[in-house]
Design a protein around this ligand. Structure first.
Ligand SMILES: NC(=O)c1ccc[n+]([C@@H]2O[C@H](COP(=O)([O-])OP(=O)(O)OC[C@H]3O[C@@H](n4cnc5c(N)ncnc54)[C@H](OP(=O)(O)O)[C@@H]3O)[C@@H](O)[C@H]2O)c1
Length: 279
């Protein structure tokens, strides 16, 4: 592993600028929080003029992993929070080989979908999954993540389902995208995810993996029943999804990054989202 360029910084040390690489849903929450660091934050988009309206023009950068001509737009010496799938592997490798010396610490957002599920397992509820569980190495995104983790010391966050304002699970139920099945779902509020990204930049250990979820897996049946009782919301989806889903452990996140959640109670968070969105 080559970690020459990875700095082992102390928490709270904030003289490094930050680049939010791919400033979409999560990036838009990271941006205002990052201002507390007291250093410059840049945000990237493939189309900054259209997509980065909330970012002051001098802090907008054009970056596209598929377009090497944009790679030199990233100012050197910054920390990076990489917020889109790290694939294809060939592009990730080409970017890393040519640009590894230009950045400081790298936090990479992955997905809990990286963890393999065994269809033949009869365990229910499914066993808890921690960061040592087997992953699907055939998944191009997982290949990119493992490359950046092993070769560049990227701090990898394996992220559960992201919800929050504008991404409301109650809407998913209303629209019939989910129904009252026995499948377990793991969620993380976007505001917590943004804060965890910044905590990982400060305190995460290079090449380490942290599962990011609120720590309370629910079955969709439980969520649908509560949605019906509290808000009179009913799903039109079939009830037949037999998949057990996964139960993601966030013990490492809580114990080694010491993160304290702002939104740990899903139903309180849903009530806040509902009232904030006026629905
Ligand atoms: N949604 C979920 O429930 C969920 C669950 C687990 C993990 N994740 C992962 O968590 C990360 C953050 O999720 P999110 O929902 O905040 O993502 P998002 O809203 O899609 O934001 C990522 C942004 O990255 C930019 N981007 C995409 N492809 C790019 C490329 N090839 N080169 C440069 N920029 C690119 C896009 O912005 P422009 O179009 O402006 O360039 C996009 O809006 C993603 O990696 C996602 O896959 C999401």
């Amino acid at each position: 592993m080559d970690q020459q360029h990875i700095q082992h910084v102390q928490p709270g040390h904030t003289d490094r600028p930050l680049i939010i690489l791919g400033c979409g849903y999560t990036g838009r929450s990271i941006f205002p929080l990052s201002l507390q660091r007291g250093t410059t934050t840049w945000a990237t988009s493939r189309n900054p003029a259209q997509q980065l309206a909330a970012v002051p023009p001098p802090q907008r950068l054009e970056f596209d992993l598929a377009c090497p001509a944009t790679w030199n737009n990233l100012p050197p010496g910054a920390d990076l929070i990489w917020c889109f799938p790290a694939s294809p592997l060939s592009a990730v490798q080409q970017w890393a080989v040519t640009h590894r010396a230009r950045f400081n610490r790298l936090v990479l957002l992955g997905s809990t979908s990286a963890y393999e599920t065994t269809n033949d397992s009869t365990d229910y509820p499914p066993p808890w999954i921690d960061e040592t569980a087997p992953i699907d190495q055939t998944n191009p995104r997982v290949q990119g993540e493992e490359y950046l983790r092993n070769e560049l010391g990227a701090i990898l966050l394996r992220v559960a389902g992201i919800y929050g304002l504008g991404r409301n699970p109650l809407d998913w139920i209303t629209q019939g995208r989910v129904g009252p099945s026995r499948k377990y779902v793991n969620l993380i509020h976007g505001e917590d995810l943004a804060a965890i990204c910044l905590a990982a930049i400060e305190k995460g250990a290079p090449s380490e993996i942290y599962n990011v979820s609120d720590g309370t897996p629910y079955t969709w049946r439980e969520i649908c029943e509560t949605a019906q009782q509290r808000w009179g919301i009913t799903s039109s989806a079939a009830h037949a999804n037999p998949s057990p889903g996964k139960r993601i452990s966030n013990t490492k996140l809580r114990t080694t990054l010491g993160y304290r959640f702002k939104h740990q109670d899903l139903y309180e968070a849903l009530a806040l989202i509902k009232s904030a969105s006026g629905s």
